[in-house]
Design a protein around this ligand. Structure first.
Ligand code: SAH
Ligand code: SF4
Ligand code: F3S
Length: 495
């Protein structure tokens, strides 16, 4: 038999390739990361192996994501660890280990979690080996933890956003303890690199460039549940992107709550535009996207880099939230209507084929019909290519929660006006490129018609065309034959 591996002596680079079955888990765990987590992955692997032998089948796992792209990326990290721990991956919630990676940005996200937990409990009653875990943004709220303890005591493991890197360790602890194991941290400065990831797609990937948020928009809970803004070291980001490119990834999306403030506080000073220039140099990466840009920090340098780039996609997500300067001030967004308009029109002018999408909140405390008129005015002047419109959701602990709320009937009325305005501009913008031939990254087979594949244009719009599964992950030139409102029908160009 091969000798044991002692993780104390293994470099971080070597960790990825070691055989976890040979790791010595009879000594105490290393006290530094990420070696410590690999120790617990190895330990968990033994637990899973023994269970598999006892049950004469493979324990399965499933990770369900409720939130934004950042949560989705975290889910890929959770799944990476579960795979190393020896579980078989499934999409079904009937799995032996199910983890919900939660979101709390609006109340309906929370309600969905509570609703589905009931079903998990029923499944657990049928499968005595089933374990249920909860993590993510919602777990950083004290009232949620109280509710879970009181009414959802069948949950086995609960942790938050700051200690996600300790998932392997928590998983082991869960198997070794009885009842609900809860570990929530208030904040952290640590960024642990080089943990395993199991990507959802082979051809595109999110890449975290920063964590947390310092902006404290008055309606938003994210800064409270994700902690203070911290940027990842540029070298680590580039190393990750190079390794993704080597694995065949064509498109990356740089992720952060406010990517325009990337680099603040790093010892090697670098701006977001500077980082983009470096990312552009990585061979094999053909498309670069990023999200989210805060209008207050979008520099001329960034506009210049986007304009010159052959890889940065022609799509900018620039959340407006409101077009009323009065409401923007109450929201603590730190720009006003004129600033936003000037910025968006400058981008339209400099890069005419750049699609601009946005987020809009309707029903912020104190919002009147006149405020919404201002929002609609901006929608029409910028002519957004796409917009996510949300009804304001009151989040406990945020400043806006204490302000005078708008009655629901009024919110609904104004929401409908905003929605029709954005649908109008989106339709107009989409029509503009009908008939053109453009590159599309083929992403998947159409679920409803297997003779069609779905491609994504640089401007983030979808095109359906005749195709086969082998085309997935390739970039093809597609003629946009017909605009159907928010998507196109197209044909592949040959030659
Ligand atoms: N960091 C990003 C947004 C992250 S949250 C930014 O600043 O643009 C995504 C979107 O959710 C926000 O843009 C906002 O439109 C919406 N949102 C956040 N808090 C909300 C709340 N309390 N009610 C309704 N929508 C909200
Ligand atoms: Fe929330 Fe504002 Fe931070 Fe975006 S920038 S995450 S809206 S506080
Ligand atoms: Fe939701 Fe957390 Fe993202 S609250 S939107 S999952 S950062």
């Amino acid at each position: 038999m091969d000798s044991y591996i002692d993780l104390e002596n293994i470099t971080t680079e070597e960790l990825k390739h070691i055989d976890l079955d040979r790791v010595n888990v009879h000594c105490s765990p290393p006290d530094f990361e990420p070696q410590r987590q690999y120790y617990f992955m190895a330990k968990c692997r033994q637990i899973v192996k023994e269970e598999n032998e006892r049950l004469d089948r493979s324990l399965t796992c499933s990770v369900i994501t409720f939130g934004c792209q950042m949560n989705a990326r975290d889910s890929e990290k959770l799944l990476g660890i579960l795979v190393k721990a020896g579980y078989a991956v499934t999409d079904s919630e009937d799995a032996d280990f199910v983890i919900y990676n939660t979101c709390t940005v609006r109340d309906n996200a929370n309600q969905r979690v509570y609703g589905r937990l009931g079903h998990l409990n029923a499944m657990k009653k049928r499968n005595p080996h089933k374990k249920i875990a909860l993590c993510g943004c919602m777990m950083q709220e004290q009232n949620v933890i109280e509710t879970l303890k009181k009414s959802y005591s069948f949950v086995d493991l609960v942790f938050g956003t700051h200690n996600l890197y300790k998932f392997a360790e928590l998983l082991c602890a869960m198997y070794e303890s009885e009842g609900m194991l809860i570990d929530i941290w208030k904040d952290t400065n640590t960024i642990v690199e080089q943990l395993p990831v199991r990507p959802k797609y082979s051809y595109k990937s999110g890449v975290n460039i920063m964590f947390g948020c310092n902006n404290f928009c008055s309606y938003c809970i994210v800064p409270y549940v994700r902690g203070r803004e911290r940027s990842r070291d540029a070298r680590e980001i580039l190393r990750e992107i190079e390794s993704l490119a080597a694995d065949g990834v064509k498109e990356i999306m740089l992720l952060g709550q406010n990517v325009n403030s990337y680099g603040r506080g790093l010892s090697d000073e670098i701006s977001f535009a500077g980082l983009l220039r470096e990312v552009e140099k990585v061979d094999g990466i053909e498309r670069i996207r990023f999200m989210t840009s805060h209008p207050k920090d979008l520099s001329d340098e960034l506009i210049g880099v986007m304009k010159e780039s052959g890889k940065i996609c022609r799509h900018l997500h620039l959340p407006l939230q409101s077009g009323s300067s009065r409401i923007l001030a109450a929201m603590n967004r730190r720009y006003d209507k004129d600033h936003y308009l000037a910025l968006a029109l400058k981008i339209r002018n400099e890069i005419p084929d750049m699609a601009i999408s946005t987020d809009i909140i309707v029903g912020f405390p104190g919002e009147t019909k006149e405020d919404v008129d201002d929002t609609i005015d901006v929608i029409r002047k910028v002519a957004f290519d796409n917009a996510f419109t949300f009804q304001y959701s009151r989040r406990t602990g945020t400043p806006a929660a204490a302000m005078e709320q708008v009655p629901q009937a009024e919110v609904t009325r104004q929401f409908d006006r905003v929605l029709s305005a954005v649908q109008e501009t989106a339709r107009e913008r989409a029509m503009l490129i009908e008939g053109r031939s453009l590159p599309a990254l083929i992403e998947e087979v159409n679920e409803k018609d297997a003779s069609l594949v779905i491609g994504r244009l640089s401007n983030n719009m979808i095109v359906h065309l005749k195709g086969t599964p082998e085309m997935i992950g390739t970039i093809r030139t597609v003629r946009l034959t017909e605009c159907r409102g928010f998507y196109y029908m197209g044909e592949m160009e040959h030659g």
